[in-house]
Ligand binder design. Structure first.
Ligand code: PLP
Length: 475
């Protein structure tokens, strides 16, 4: 029989932890609020671990080592925060794959693999059988081909680099045909027309109306044509009387003329998202089957991995991409590779993907579950803020983010916090409130909308850590 009350009693109090000489020193250097928040968060973590009867935690407490463990963890977390401006935040913005907030959160397996490969020498470019130089791409190529059915694959720093490399390899000084409706701009810095220009390609828009037809492409082909390209219209949708030429028809046209057809999927996915209750998004496999000779997509959007640009397709074309001297400048590093290998491996078992891949877990989280989370968090917020604001749990919509499925919104719930202020001061109060949340030891980023601060709890996993620091909210 586990004596939980005894274990809870054995947890050292906040005051006794803060009395530790190392932490007293830390309070003097870093400020007491930061240290206090870290202590509370860890204490809450241990309480939950006892509740869940976590064996390692119970042994640690029984051995009398928990005080030292908490002190060490506090020292480490505060040190990380102080030594770097890059720090963890709570993403309660309602956008799951948020480019400003670091996009995909990685699964534990990926982080463990990153640590291992970073700490030790490894066979990144070394063939252990032959005892000679190996190919960096070989590690990822096998699994990418297995998962997508492509003949060959290579990986670079991000998808913008993948697109640049493909354009530069096949269409430098030549024309690239692309449908007028697909001249995408993503987040200001990635505009297809500019990428084309920097790759030395001539953009040739095809179709002059809201509808682009196969005959428009065929009429545009000439001796200067280097590529046929399709770009996923990531962050917008053209509705109404429109027409885009299906990938299969463009691929056939390209084959007829000996011109490669490439598709930039942007936020490519490897599974049918409908099986997770999400809207359909073109998969990499579907695009290859439709006849795309090369497909490019991001590692840290729907795929849920680290920042990377993946290129899969025909062996001959991939070989040409790899021969491009730019490839060397755009290659990924060993730490990213370690993470990506782990993330891809999770796709071998789609049935367990939802519980193992944080991005998918967040995207497919049910509205009921999020509402329950809001109800659990509401009292702690009300007790700190009710004098200055009204708070309520409201239905809202989350976004997938990073341009994927721009018009499809996910049912979610948020805590809406509306400052109580006189007419002319409402805006200032609201700004002050959101700033106070952003200034917490682990900043909370919500969304200001319609006179209130919305905290969409879809992505809140560390409830204890969230509650633990609320006392620091400066009103
Ligand atoms: C996001 C996106 C890119 C850029 O990908 P990064 O991995 O962010 O470099 C390129 N093309 C499309 C269609 C995209 O959606």
């Amino acid at each position: 029989m586990i004596d939980k009350p005894a274990l809870f009693r054995a947890l050292p109090s906040v005051d006794s932890i803060l009395a530790d000489p190392a932490l007293r020193q830390l309070c003097a250097e870093a400020g007491r609020p930061v240290v206090l928040a870290a202590v509370r968060s860890l204490q809450e973590k241990y309480r939950q671990a006892i509740q869940q009867e976590d064996r390692a935690t119970m042994e640690l407490i029984q051995a009398g080592d928990v005080h030292a463990a908490i002190v060490a963890a506090v020292l480490q977390s505060v040190a990380v925060r102080r030594s770097s401006s890059l720090q963890p935040v709570f993403n309660l913005s309602g956008t799951v794959i948020h480019t400003n907030l670091g996009r995909a959160r990685l699964p534990r397996e990926a982080v463990a693999a990153m640590e291992l490969v970073a700490l030790e020498a490894n066979n990144l470019e070394y063939d252990l059988d032959r005892g000679a130089r190996g190919d960096r791409d070989s590690h990822l190529e096998a699994i990418l081909c297995e998962l997508t059915g492509a003949e060959a694959a290579t990986v670079v720093n991000n998808n913008a680099a993948a697109v640049l490399l493909v354009l530069g390899t096949f269409a430098k000084g030549k024309e690239v045909l692309i449908s007028r409706g697909e001249l995408v701009e993503i987040g200001g810095s990635f505009r297809i027309p500019d990428v084309m220009e920097s790759a030395g390609c001539k953009l040739r828009e095809v179709g002059t109306t809201n509808r682009t037809h196969l005959k428009d492409f065929s009429a545009a082909i000439n001796s200067d044509t280097g590529l046929l390209m399709q770009v996923h219209t990531s962050n917008y949708e053209i509705r109404g009387f429109t027409n885009a030429v299906p990938a299969a028809e463009l691929a056939a046209l390209g084959r007829e003329h000996g011109i490669p057809f490439v598709s930039d999927l942007g936020s490519g996915t490897l599974v049918d998202l409908r099986s997770f209750g999400l809207p359909y998004e073109t998969t990499v496999q579907d695009e290859l089957q439709a006849g795309a000779q090369l497909v490019t997509f991001s590692g840290d959007k729907l795929l849920g991995g680290p920042q990377a640009g993946l290129i899969v397709g025909d062996a001959e074309l991939i070989a040409a991409v790899k021969r491009n001297p730019l490839k060397r400048a755009l290659r990924i590093d060993k730490v990213t590779m370690a993470a990506l290998l782990q993330v891809l491996a999770l796709y071998r078992d789609p049935a367990r993907l939802k519980e193992r891949l944080p991005t998918l877990a967040d995207l497919s989280r049910g509205a009921d579950d999020i509402e329950a989370c809001c109800q659990r968090m509401l009292p702690a917020l009300v007790s700190r803020l009710s004098a200055a604001a009204t708070l309520e749990v409201v239905a809202c919509k989350s976004q997938i983010g990073s341009g994927a499925l721009p018009t499809d919104l996910l049912d979610s719930f948020a805590i809406a916090i509306r400052p109580i202020a006189e007419q002319g001061r409402r805006d200032a109060s609201l700004q002050a409130l959101s700033l106070a949340f952003r200034r917490l030891p682990k900043p909370v980023v919500g969304r200001v909308h319609d006179g209130a601060l919305y905290l969409d709890l879809r992505c809140l996993r560390d409830e204890a850590g969230f509650v633990a620091q609320l006392d620091e909210l400066a009103p």
